[in-house]
Design a protein around this ligand. Structure first.
Ligand SMILES: [Zn+2]
Length: 481
């Protein structure tokens, strides 16, 4: 059975969806916790009890394990791990990126993944380090694409295959790789080799890489951000259209004594309180947690619950159409995340096309809000307004005789038809007292109206304090002080 993906609701480029592989269905966005059969601080049964609908494990580890290889082949992965949800298997590419070599071929790993009953198989793609040069990235990508074609040819169009998208930091390679994976019929595309970017907080570059891959990948495909990561970046990644995450972060952070929160992490010994509603945090003091022989396991339990809860929060935000607000909140947790957020806003044109038209609300949260899709889309619609020959745009609520029409003004959007006063975004937007940034943003709307309605006389009436901004933003505009 092929992998299918159904999109139920959208917000920015994020989606609420259903991923189906074989007879397993999971809600997306989803986090697949990583499980290693040799090392299980949290068991698959505990993951299920926490609400994980799927998990990911490494087929290469199973294939090399004296203890688990035969068991997995005879009983199947689901029974060995004790998990009846969706199980995805990685091929050994991760080992390849760490050790530079693996003792398995593409077809061997795929046949093994099939034999142990994995729900989603990953070919042996070549992860290109983001700091590799173009020559290397091209060479690696060629091998990866050849392996994807080999997988499709041998296993057929209906095999539950993932089509990883590589290309290093080269945006055109990422876009082409995504497009080619789509043309080969892959409906599930992991974006690979981005862990080094996330580990070194290079979120600005991460956004450009993901947005480029997304440009090539068909919009109907499910996208997996391989190796992500920290819950603080889930909202940003979902806003770009990533649907699946798979992190081992919950266990890796626990091993280092680190306590995850939705907006960051802390060394547990530096805490005085465990500010979280999970069972571990409500039944232990920091001191007890530190002294517990089970410290690593308890931290892993907490870390995973925080990560899964964040995914649920994101699904709710998409449902409500308030994902931008969650992205805004999370990305203020670290300056590099803020850089990623701003990089995403620079891709506004691409996002505008996938965002939904009506949302529950728009809360103004500062300068970044002016670049949101809702503002861009509102201003783009001003082009289509049919105007009489003379129009007054009133920033101060005053009206004057001699105009055929008076348009009210709301920053950061701009002028609007009075009939739209109650509709989204004008009616559902909450803004504080006007500031220069939002007024300037609204003036972009006036400029757009002026530029697309040259035959019309457009005049602005405003308070003295906004006059400079209006005149600067809309050169040559007539202003009534
Ligand atoms: Zn907790």
């Amino acid at each position: 059975m092929p992998i299918t993906f159904e999109i139920l609701e959208k917000d920015i480029a994020g989606r609420l969806g259903k991923l189906k592989a074989g007879d397993k269905v999971i809600r997306t966005p989803a986090l697949l916790p990583v499980i290693n059969p040799h090392l299980q601080p949290v068991t698959a049964a505990e993951m299920k009890a926490m609400g994980a609908e799927g998990l990911i494990t490494n087929a290469y580890i199973f294939s090399r394990s004296r203890e688990f290889r035969e068991k997995a082949l005879s009983l199947g992965l689901h029974q060995v791990l004790g998990f009846d949800g969706l199980i995805m298997t990685d091929s050994g590419s991760f080992q390849l990126s760490v050790y530079g070599d693996v003792e398995i071929t593409n077809m061997e790993t795929l046949e093994f993944q099939n034999a142990i009953g994995s729900d989603i198989h990953v070919p042996l793609d070549i992860p290109t380090h983001p700091d590799s040069d173009r020559h290397q990235a091209e060479r690696d990508l060629e091998v990866t694409m050849a392996r994807l074609r080999e997988a499709k040819e041998h296993l057929g169009p209906d095999a539950p295959l993932a089509g990883p998208v590589q290309g290093g930091k080269f945006l055109d390679l990422r876009e082409n790789a995504g497009r080619e994976a789509g043309e080969l019929g892959f409906t599930f595309c992991p974006i690979g080799a981005v862990v080094p970017l996330m580990e070194s907080y290079r979120y600005g570059e991460l956004v450009d890489v993901v947005m480029s891959a997304k440009k090539g990948i068909p919009i109907s495909s499910c996208v997996h951000l391989f190796g992500a990561g920290h819950p603080a970046m889930f909202a940003l990644a979902v806003a770009m259209g990533c649907d699946i995450f798979d992190s081992a972060a919950y266990a890796l952070y626990a091993r280092e004594g680190r306590y995850l929160t939705p907006s960051g992490s802390a060394k547990v010994q530096e805490l005085h309180e465990l500010p979280c509603p999970c069972q571990v945090c409500r039944t232990h003091t920091v001191d007890e947690l530190m002294k517990s022989p089970e410290r690593e396991r308890l931290l892993a339990l907490h870390n995973l619950q925080v990560s899964l809860a964040e995914i649920a929060r994101i699904r709710q935000a998409i449902q409500d159409g308030v994902l931008w607000e969650l992205v805004d909140e999370r990305c203020r947790g670290h300056p590099q995340l803020l850089k990623g957020y701003r990089a995403l806003l620079n891709h506004g044109k691409a996002l505008e096309g996938s965002d939904r038209v009506s949302k529950r609300r728009f809360f103004y949260r500062g300068a970044e809000s002016c670049e949101r899709t809702e503002v861009r889309r509102f201003q783009a619609l001003l082009d289509r307004l049919v105007l009489p020959s003379s129009v007054l745009i009133s920033l101060d609520g005053r009206e004057f005789p001699g105009f055929d029409l008076t348009l009210p003004f709301k920053p950061p959007f701009g002028p609007f038809m009075d009939e739209l006063r109650e509709t989204f975004p004008i009616g559902q937007s909450e803004i504080p007292d006007w500031d220069e940034v939002m007024v300037a943003s609204g003036c972009r709307g006036i400029l757009r109206l002026v530029e697309t309605h040259r035959e019309c006389r457009i005049v602005v009436s405003c308070q003295e304090r906004w006059r400079d901004i209006v005149e600067r933003m809309v050169p040559g505009i007539e202003v009534i002080p």
